[in-house]
Design a binder for this molecule. Structure first.
Ligand SMILES: [Zn+2]
Length: 339
């Protein structure tokens, strides 16, 4: 992501200098603390949030299920000393939901999430039709996946369970527009699309905070992919519409993202991301002067001669092939509408 800041809105800035040390917290607002856990990927960390809730504490997102993350949670929660009142999961990806069931069992705390994310977690974990590896491979084959990458993915198994060894069997359902009372403040649920089926962000007007999950990140662009269950979807279109919805939030709101540092400048960041995707669509359309598969277009979109097999699908989630597919679906829709 290298788009310049928008000239029409205040530039992005990062008002909090210090990163939390491992297994420690940094207060970002009264009663709201930042926890940073390690991830065993190129994207090497995730931000999680602890919110005061009277004599208890609420956890927002849970981390990827490693021994390191479990130990860090034990240290953080022991230092706090209060039991958990609730666990809120923004979406079903394993770095967010991974330890939810483990944390819930600790104090008998309920898990809150949207229905779309609950169902998606169940579908991927249980390898249901449309979300299982064979269906994903069929989709990638239709988009030109070569034999070596196909075979590597076929033999890898369900990587989702590595990061999420359990997923919730029951939950409290969150709806778009819900006001969730946590401690002395209300947090509004903002549902977004394109990254996950029904991603929940949380906005608190009184504190001037947006817990954006993966829907708005300061330095990297969010993964937006087509699932085998819905091969003709336009998740990029949904994602861009969801970004525009976030522009209704005051621009001086402090955004607490799942990756990267807390920042201010929602509109500048949305402008950057919209411009980034517009430019990528233009590049892709220009490359489509001859018929091409999504696989053949990977080097065009990702500026690489070859995409390593290991990056094809990190945890049973869509790969660059499906990312290319979603850009093509978006471009196709856009071309149709403007023709
Ligand atoms: Zn995610």
């Amino acid at each position: 992501m290298s788009a310049p800041p928008s000239p029409s809105h205040p530039a992005l800035h990062y008002p909090i200098e210090a990163l939390p040390e491992h297994a420690h917290t940094v207060e970002v607002a009264p009663g709201v603390r930042w926890v940073r856990m390690r991830l065993p990927f190129a994207l090497d960390h995730i931000n999680l949030w602890l919110l005061d809730d009277g004599d208890r504490v609420v956890v927002i997102d849970c981390g990827y299920a490693t021994a390191d993350t479990r130990a860090a949670w034990e240290a953080v929660l022991a230092a706090d000393g209060r039991p958990l009142s609730r666990i809120i999961v923004t979406h079903h990806h394993p770095d967010h939901i991974g330890l939810a069931t483990w944390l819930a069992a600790r104090d008998g705390a309920p898990i809150h999430m949207t229905q779309g994310e609950f169902f998606a977690a169940q579908a991927v974990w249980n390898q249901l039709p449309g979300y299982c590896i064979p269906d994903m491979l069929d989709q990638f084959r239709r988009h030109g996946l070569d034999d070596s990458r196909h075979d590597a993915l076929a033999t890898r198994g369900n990587a989702y369970r590595l990061g999420a060894p359990e997923v919730p069997a029951r939950y409290h359902r969150l709806f778009a527009g819900d006001e969730v009372r946590i401690g002395a403040h209300d947090w509004r649920v903002i549902v977004g699309f394109g990254h996950a089926p029904e991603h929940a962000s949380l906005y608190c007007a009184a504190l001037g905070l947006l817990i954006s999950g993966d829907m708005l990140l300061p330095r990297i662009s969010t993964n937006v992919s087509v699932y085998a269950a819905t091969p003709n979807d336009d998740p990029l279109g949904w994602f861009l519409r969801s970004l525009r919805d976030l522009c209704n939030i005051p621009d001086d709101t402090l955004v607490l993202p799942s990756h990267g540092k807390p920042f201010k400048g929602i509109r500048s960041r949305v402008d950057q991301l919209v411009e980034h995707h517009r430019e990528r669509c233009e590049v892709l359309l220009a490359a489509c002067h001859t018929p091409s598969t999504a696989s053949e277009l990977l080097p065009t979109l990702f500026h690489a001669r070859s995409i390593p097999t290991r990056s094809c699908s990190q945890w049973g989630r869509p790969s660059p092939t499906s990312t290319t597919s979603r850009v093509r679906e978006h471009c196709r829709g856009r071309s149709t509408r403007t023709a």
